[in-house]
Design a protein around this ligand. Structure first.
Ligand code: G3I
Length: 330
């Protein structure tokens, strides 16, 4: 009856889930998080959309509650996310000067990281800044922050975070770099280019978050491309977090039994491969139970999706045992 957190600890890993502070009202949910997690991340509660209801206003209740809960239970907290092109309130998107955008970005990061300084495991400082399809030579996404502040918004964000909280690990986070597809190879190259630029400019960066929204579809495979990417990241002296793991089962056989087995096998294969990399220091699953997963609402409603380690009644599934075994044999 070993918990995920105890097995992970023996193999020098932190592990846990994206959580929703509103669900801390549910004793069953709380029990699972307490027992299994050594690291948690708010799925939404620390995004701009949650923290910044209006210009000049901050709303910290949910975020504060989560950090208090974590500290009371000896769980570390990862912050997500200080700079992203999504989950922005409309008053931010209405900003119309470069100077004001830069000022707001800096002020937001100073205020938020400053409030929790010394208490956070890490901050996801910049999320999803690379988009190959946007066809820029630097690989950057043509996002709100890029258009308003310019490409050095990334550097501005990391500097502000380090200045306000020198203790937290600062990470760059992105998706689409996990599989063996051509797209993923292009994405990996573009992300490595960005990381090298940041390192060359001495931007304070400690870790890379690889989201790991993977798929149980047979057409996807995982392996050498990701391993090479992780090796390069390690050579830059950075840690790696598998930061948002879940297994998309939209196209797998939904026969009862089959579905959970295929999801579990995907967890097994992927984690056995990825955890060979010693630079991986944390594994986070994007939600606790299937009932809360964002995949229920992605590309149309899917109430039968079972992408996480616990079912909607918070019972551990095959995927739980598979993930635990993969950590165990690390
Ligand atoms: O809070 C409101 C609620 O008041 C309202 O009743 C409800 C009606 O739709 O919407 C609620 O907000 C939603 C929020 O999730 C909370 O459920 C937003 O509309 C919805 O856009 C938001 O989606 C989140 C998404 O990021 C965008 O911020 C997902 O929960 C969250 O899982 C997802 O997470 C992202 C990571 O941050 C970055 N990486 C990819 C990952 C998956 O997309």
């Amino acid at each position: 009856q070993w918990s995920l957190r105890s097995v992970a600890a023996e193999h020098r890993l932190l592990t846990g889930f994206a959580v929703d502070p509103k669900l801390l009202q549910d004793p069953h949910y709380v029990a699972v998080v307490r027992e299994q997690a050594s690291l948690i991340v708010p799925e939404n509660a620390m995004k701009w959309g949650a923290l910044r209801p209006a210009l000049g206003q901050y709303s910290f209740e949910q975020a504060d509650a989560l950090l208090t809960f974590a500290e009371q239970n000896r769980i570390r907290l990862r912050g997500h996310t200080l700079c992203w092109h999504r989950a922005l309130p409309s008053w931010v998107e209405a900003i119309d000067s470069a100077q004001e955008a830069r000022r707001q970005l800096t002020e937001h990061i100073q205020t938020v990281t400053g409030r929790y300084a010394g208490r956070m495991h890490s901050w996801d400082v910049v999320n999803e800044a690379v988009e190959v399809k946007d066809n820029r030579p630097d690989g950057l996404r043509n996002s709100f922050w890029l258009r308003m502040v310019g490409p050095d918004y990334i550097e501005v964000a990391f500097q502000a975070a380090r200045a306000a909280d020198p203790a937290a690990l600062l990470s760059y986070n992105d998706y689409g770099i996990e599989s063996e597809t051509y797209d993923a190879e292009q994405k990996r190259s573009a992300v490595l280019l960005l990381l090298r630029r940041l390192k060359a400019r001495r931007v304070p960066l400690d870790a890379v978050g690889i989201q790991c929204h993977i798929s149980a579809r047979p057409m996807y495979s995982y392996g050498p491309g990701l391993q090479r990417f992780m090796e390069r990241v390690r050579e830059m002296g950075l840690q790696i977090f598998l930061s948002e793991m879940d297994v998309n089962d939209r196209e797998v056989d939904r026969t009862p039994g089959r579905q959970d087995v295929e999801v579990a096998q995907t967890y097994s294969r992927f984690l056995a491969m990825a955890l060979e990399e010693r630079a991986v220091t944390a594994v986070l699953f994007w939600g606790v139970d299937d009932g809360q997963s964002w995949l229920r609402y992605e590309n149309g409603r899917d109430d039968q999706t079972r992408p996480l380690l616990f079912d909607q009644n918070l019972r551990p599934k095959e995927a739980f045992y598979a993930a635990r075994a993969a950590m165990e044999t690390r």
